[in-house]
Ligand binder design. Structure first.
Ligand SMILES: [Zn+2]
Ligand SMILES: [Zn+2]
Length: 483
């Protein structure tokens, strides 16, 4: 059975536009403040390798200079970019030092709103989806409406990178005291979008069209029973009366600095939270036949769920992951309990097969439980639907990125099973999501700390690539003069 996603996957999994990524020399400008005096170390456990890489990266801004610079934008825009770069880095460090959890981005939103007002945007709305901020910039000439999006929230992670602006913030998450860290790079997304707003606002007379700047709260997951930031912003008419023709978003990702990754079709997975409650009947551990053992039933369910990706769904047309991350049941070694509770995550790339996937999960759980006389309840809560980049808009965005960054900097590749709620904007507006690389030069991809790690590290010169990428796609739609 060949469906459209299958075709798209096959077409794009071959990394047709790969090639050795060019590392840009963004750090060449003396105006970017350098990280002062000491190289960051991993704080807690003497992870010497990681520390060495980070130190080498900070010392190697000179080495990056040897690489070819991206083709320049028109001189006026290039001048604006150069003026904005040091501010962008300073904003990012400020946000990094003051991270805020989902729907608590009060300070971040205040800084963003102040900035947008200082730029004299035509409209600045705050409190959209609680802590979100929306700015509207109308160009001097008629043209299309587009939107650019950045997410603002941080994670309940205790930072282990010894930066001068490392986070010491603490807060409450799930009734627990936690450290808070921008461990997913959203601090850079906010700073990059503020910088893009600076550059575009400075050139507003020449712009042909309107740009909506969307600063979104709570990307990292919806509160229990509530909506995540993207859905809530959409529910609160984030675009007002405007009808954007396209929306663009980017994400920091552990790949080489100076590169971006953009794919047409499925790019990131749908993500759901799975809860399973298995009910048996309590009995003595020595007399299992007098009850129903939910622990044995639960362990059979865990195994049976693995046949869904491997035996029940089309492995190529509908890649799926079912992970059980928590199992709770029982209080004593020789008592069979009444109940076992399990939690997990479901990931899938193909939106067209989601209902079938859910059906198979429910059926497998119910039938395996029934085989021993137990019962099981399944609840599935959607966190995000898959990020799918529509082919036409993506091809156009890719061309703009190649013009702005050079062909070697624009990578393809395979989709991944991580998730992003940017997908909901894509339901409303044709939208393109892409990654920008944040690995220091000389750091092998396999050695880079992943997003959400307490050691997640952004090589700051990478942010210039992100800014140029955002400006490239924006100016491709509303610029008077393509880069
Ligand atoms: Zn994240
Ligand atoms: Zn993220």
């Amino acid at each position: 059975m060949m469906n459209k996603w299958f075709a798209i996957l096959l077409r794009h999994s071959g990394a047709p536009h790969g090639g050795e990524p060019a590392i840009q020399g963004q750090a060449r400008r003396a105006s970017i403040p350098c990280i002062p005096d000491r190289a960051p170390r991993v704080r807690n456990d003497g992870n010497v390798v990681a520390a060495m890489f980070i130190a080498a990266a900070l010392a190697s801004t000179g080495a990056a200079n040897a690489q070819s610079a991206p083709p320049p934008f028109p001189p006026a825009i290039e001048a604006s970019i150069q003026t904005t770069l040091p501010n962008m880095i300073a904003w990012r460090r400020d946000f990094h030092e003051h991270p805020e959890l989902s729907y608590e981005e009060v300070r971040t939103a205040r800084v963003v709103a102040q900035h947008l007002r200082a730029l004299r945007l035509d409209e600045v709305r705050t409190g959209v989806a609680l802590t979100g901020v929306v700015g509207v910039l109308r160009g001097g000439r008629p043209g299309p409406v587009i939107a650019l999006r950045a997410d603002m929230d941080a994670l309940p992670v205790t930072e282990e990178v010894d930066l001068p602006f490392a986070s010491r913030a603490r807060g409450t998450y799930n009734n627990q005291q936690v450290g808070i860290m921008h461990a997913c790079g959203h601090d850079t997304h906010v700073a990059v979008l503020m910088a893009a707003a600076s550059v575009l606002a400075e050139r507003r007379a020449e712009l042909a069209g309107t740009v909506i700047f969307v600063f979104q709260p709570s990307e990292e997951g919806a509160p229990p029973g509530g909506l995540g930031g993207a859905r809530r912003m959409l529910a609160e008419s984030v675009f007002g009366d405007l009808r954007p023709e396209a929306i663009f978003g980017l994400h920091a990702w552990p790949q080489p600095t100076g590169t971006v990754k953009i794919l047409s079709g499925p790019f990131m997975a749908g993500s759901d939270r799975l809860r399973i409650s298995v009910t048996g009947r309590q009995t003595h551990g020595a007399q299992p036949h007098r009850g129903i053992d939910p622990i044995v039933a639960a362990s059979q369910i865990v195994n049976a769920l693995q046949t869904i990706p491997s035996r029940q769904m089309d492995a190529v047309g509908s890649p799926v992951i079912v992970t059980i991350g928590a199992i709770h049941g029982g209080v004593r070694y020789n008592i069979i309990p009444d109940r076992v509770e399990m939690e997990g995550t479901i990931r899938y790339l193909n939106p067209d097969t989601r209902d079938e996937l859910y059906m198979r999960i429910r059926r497998t759980v119910a039938d395996v439980a029934a085989s021993s006389g137990a019962t099981a309840e399944v609840s599935i809560e959607s966190n995000a639907i898959p990020v799918v980049n529509p082919p036409e808009v993506t091809a156009r965005a890719r061309s703009a990125l190649v013009r702005a960054l050079g062909e070697g900097a624009v990578q393809g590749g395979a989709p991944g099973m991580v998730a992003e709620d940017f997908a909901y904007f894509q339901q409303a507006v044709p939208g393109v999501f892409f990654y920008y690389g944040v690995n220091p030069p000389a750091l092998a991809a396999a050695d880079a700390a992943p997003n959400h790690s307490p050691r997640f590290f952004v090589h700051e010169p990478a942010m210039e690539t992100a800014l140029r990428a955002m400006l490239a796609v924006a100016l491709d739609w509303v610029g008077s003069d393509r880069p």
